[in-house]
Design a protein around this ligand. Structure first.
Ligand code: BGC
Length: 891
């Protein structure tokens, strides 16, 4: 055996998909790790996990709470904890080792950590506190449903408590929630770097709390904790009342004793310098109202009142086990103009989500006003039409003490431009700095190719996707919505799965969907259901099943399917209960949405998308049931899906002409998914679709958000990769290139460039679905088995593209595909991680006689297995882990 050919210690250990996370409430957390080996074709045959509640034990390779022993398994992700019952607020240490295919054992990994949260209601000694008398204001504007009637908000409040530590602590944690939003400070400093906490939920069902390590903030003796509260989504307009908070601080000492500091009526409260604050409205901050030292010990708290114990919001307190929202990047302004006296316009060169940091010096009482938008008028002034009823205005009143720096806390905006008025003196470019914030999911994907336009589209999609992750997947960040529209979310789940680690985010969102489900099985279009729009359009409600399925496909996690199975089933049964004599769902709200020149469906039946997703959901549910061993259900939903398919064809397939529509690309595209079209009609449908794309639309999209997701794959699947490529590289209307030509730095809601008041956000993600095509087709990376256990790498090489490369950091490690085409050769490099196998399909392209090389060594192409897939011939290689090169040369 080679000297180095033994397995390395596992790396990147994760518990609940998070690294060394504090606050795990799941009594059976899931573990995963990545593997490395010098030898090619390696995989795991067994593993051993040890979990201990002390470092000594884990150091001695003893799992005093769980030692899995040697477990024969090739799974390295989503392994469920099976040890002793986990205790709340406890730090656990774990490590793992593995056996390779030769039975060689690896060293143990480094010791990773996870810490449990409070785990159960009984462990909360803290009380919910609030300030009922805090002033209520009605601010102008409103949201997309409560048009223009204003919004009722509570003014910001401060809460504080002093405490003394008599001994030296060894561990200190704070478990905190404050709804709508809160910010916690200890001894004058903000704790941690999370913003807009906690994540949004239906607060009557679930309230998320976070766990903070507060050790670095504590003083030896006198300490103070201060918490600010804002409205967030916890507002009257959504059926809630005034903001409230709960906090429990646990301080542990060397001698094993501990102190617990909890919110109760001994906390004190005061009006905050944050006056108005709302997600849509913006934030009004009066620095003259700051209470110096409010978050430090020793404050003279005259004028402060006792906090009131208030009722709990109703939802179960659950640890927020997903990446928090953070500021991930700062943007300097790229241009400053002065279109009118006293009016300054900042251009950040990029549409994004967040706010700006203001630096200002002037006399007390001076008020600087900042308004945000994605657009300017031709005269260079701010065009706020796109914001609709969202006021999107931050106002800062100076205290007049030297250089003052202000960033808001309880609002966010979607913008590229900022209008500043009221500034004392002449501002400079760096008076404002853009701050990009979103749920800080880990980037896992990368794509690049020889066509710069495609690279730009990819870039815009990345910005659009991140801008729309705000603890829930949102439709847009700028106007009076920013809601968890489920249609948008389900469509982009695949794209997001390629680009980011979405495991924990989608896990939380599926719980949000479960929370919103009614007795009758229906779910809402918008989740959390701040706008309770029941029952969801089937193309929106499918998010429950579609997202769970993507989660399974990308991370191989069956526990999620188990957790939601009964509820997903109730959703499909709800649809079945709402069918008519045709056997199809008898309602819809939106249908195919936002095709060129239209918001509602055009040139097509509205209900075809409802029918399509009813079929899709029944089919997926039958597969999920099969996976979970529920064979009876599997069979009955399989039959149901068969019936729906027949009903779909009866209703929408024109038997005489053999297609689903002469006027809609979407109808034919949908008919070509999931084996809907009868075999003998397949060719005609494809031909009609081609005619629609080429003759009627000159290689442009005539699809809305639903057809767009499927059309490129479909064309490529039937051998029309060049047609798909041509559609994606157009630069005139309607196309992605057109958006970019017109200055888009994110993806638009509509194919049209619109700047009036209405439905025309310039940062919607729902058309971003095409990004998956870059990975799946151009680079050819396809998860063949869940969790990328088996991968197909099958690049689709359109004429005009010389190279493409992509990588995806999967739950099993990095999968890469990188190709280059020259006049006489095609070169492909593939990277497959340990514990993954791959089928690599190397296209023969238009070369007649070829020489094939694998890792620079010629192979006899006669002996290679080939496969022909719609005109394209491929040489097929089955490989295990490792880096491989393949070369096809004209002989
Ligand atoms: C949202 C969409 C959403 C749609 C459904 C819009 O206002 O912005 O993205 O899916 O409504 O009707």
């Amino acid at each position: 055996m080679m000297k180095n050919a033994s397995p390395y210690a596992p790396v990147e250990l994760r518990c609940e998909y998070l690294v060394d996370f504090l606050g795990i409430d799941n009594p059976k957390p899931r573990f995963s790790w990545l593997l490395d080996h010098d030898e090619k074709g390696q995989y795991q045959t067994a593993y051993q996990i040890v979990v201990a509640d002390n470092t000594q034990s884990v150091g001695n390779d003893e799992g005093n709470v769980w030692d899995s022993g040697r477990v024969e398994s090739d799974n390295s992700a989503g392994m469920v904890y099976q040890g002793q019952q986990l205790k709340p607020c406890t730090r656990y240490f774990w490590k793992v080792r593995w056996w390779d295919k030769n039975g060689q054992i690896s060293p143990y990994s480094r010791v990773a950590v996870f810490e449990t949260g409070l785990m159960a209601d009984d462990n909360w000694q803290a009380k919910w506190i609030g300030d009922k008398s805090r002033q209520e204001v009605v601010v102008p504007g409103g949201d997309g449903l409560n048009q223009g009637k204003g919004f009722t908000l509570y003014m910001g409040s401060l809460f504080r408590k002093e405490f003394v530590l008599s001994k030296k602590p060894v561990r200190a944690r704070a478990y905190v929630s404050g709804i709508g939003y809160y910010e916690m400070r200890i001894n004058g400093k903000k704790v941690g770097d999370r913003v807009l906490e906690p994540g949004q939920t239906d607060y009557k069902k679930t309230v998320l709390y976070s766990t903070y390590d507060i050790m670095p903030y504590l003083n030896n003796d006198a300490n103070a904790v201060g918490i600010m509260l804002g409205n967030g989504r916890y507002v009257k307009d959504y059926g809630y009342d005034f903001p409230r908070l709960i906090a429990q601080l646990l301080i542990e000492y060397e001698d094993g004793s501990s102190d617990v500091i909890v919110t109760d009526q001994t906390w004190r409260t005061h009006a905050a310098p944050i006056r108005e604050n709302g997600i849509y409205y913006g934030e009004t901050y009066d620095a003259r109202m700051e209470v110096k030292g409010w978050d430090e010990p020793g404050l003279n708290d005259e004028g402060w009142e006792a906090a009131e114990i208030v009722s709990a919001p109703g939802g179960k307190l659950i640890s927020q086990a997903m990446p928090p929202i953070k500021v991930t990047k700062s943007f300097p302004a790229v241009r400053l103009t002065n279109p009118m006296p006293g009016v300054y316009i900042y251009d950040f060169g990029q549409n994004f989500t967040g706010w700006v940091r203001l630096q200002v010096q002037g006399s007390a009482g001076t008020t600087v006003k900042l308004r945000f938008s994605e657009l300017l008028y031709d005269d260079g002034t701010l065009n706020v039409n796109v914001n609709r009823n969202a006021q999107a205005t931050d106002t800062y009143t100076l205290k007049g003490e030297g250089i003052e720096v202000y960033e808001p806390r309880f609002t966010y905006h979607g913008f590229r431009y900022v209008e500043m008025t009221g500034f004392p003196g002449t501002p400079s470019l760096d008076t404002l700095e853009g701050r990009f914030l979103h749920t800080a999911v880990e980037p896992t994907g990368g794509f690049e190719c020889s066509n710069q336009l495609l690279n730009n589209i990819h870039r815009n999609i990345i910005y659009g996707q991140l801008s729309n992750l705000m603890s829930v997947p949102t439709d847009c960040p700028q106007r009076d919505e920013r809601m968890g529209w489920m249609g948008d979310a389900q469509l982009v789940a695949e794209e997001a799965g390629y680009n980011f680690d979405m495991a924990a985010f989608w896990g939380k969102y599926l719980d949000d969907i479960k929370d919103c489900q009614k007795e009758d099985g229906s779910v809402s279009d918008v989740v959390p259901a701040y706008w309770p729009i029941y029952p969801a359009d089937p193309a929106w409600g499918t998010a429950y099943i579609s997202i769970a399925w993507e989660l399974y496909r990308f991370y191989g996690d069956v526990t999620v399917l188990e957790r939601h199975y009964d509820s997903m089933k109730r959703w499909v049964d709800f649809l079945t209960a709402h069918t008519d004599e045709s056997g199809l769902v008898n309602y819809y709200h939106y249908g195919e949405w936002c095709a060129p020149g239209s918001i509602p469906p055009k040139n097509m039946p509205w209900e075809i998308t409802s029918a399509f997703f009813y079929y899709h959901d029944a089919l997926m549910l039958s597969q999920i049931a099969r996976l979970l061993g529920k064979d009876e259900d599997a069979e009955s939903y399989r039959q149901l899906s068969g019936n729906i398919k027949d009903a779909f064809n009866n209703k929408f397939l024109n038997a005489e002409h053999g297609c689903y529509s002469f006027s809609s690309q979407t109808c034919n595209v949908l008919g070509l998914q999931f084996d809907i079209v009868p075999e003998d009609k397949e060719k005609t449908v494809v031909d009609v679709l081609l005619r629609q794309v080429i003759e009627s639309w000159d290689y442009h999209f005539d699809t809305g958000i639903i057809g767009t997701k499927y059309i490129l794959d479909t064309l490529a699947k039937y051998g029309y990769k060049d047609v798909a490529y041509k559609m994606m590289t157009q630069e005139d209307y309607p196309s992605f290139g057109y958006m970019i030509r017109e200055g888009a730095t994110t993806v638009w809601e509509r194919w049209e460039k619109l700047t009036n008041r209405g439905m025309n956000s310039h940062n919607h993600i729902m058309f971003g679905t095409v990004d998956a095509w870059f990975y799946k087709d151009l680079a050819g990376i396809i998860p063949e088995q869940p969790g990328f256990k088996r991968v197909t790498v099958k690049p689709v090489v359109p004429s005009g593209l010389d190279h493409a490369s992509a990588s995806v950091k999967t739950v099993r490690g990095m999968v890469g595909s990188q190709w280059k085409r020259n006049q006489d050769s095609f070169h492909l490099e593939v990277t497959i991680p340990v514990n993954v196998t791959a089928r690599v399909m190397v296209p023969k392209l238009d070369f007649d006689d070829v020489m094939v090389k694998e890792n620079d060594v010629s192979v006899d192409s006669q002996n290679l297995s080939t496969c022909c897939d719609n005109e394209e011939e491929y040489f097929v290689f089955d490989v295990g882990s490792g880096v491989y090169t393949f070369e096809v040369e004209r002989a």
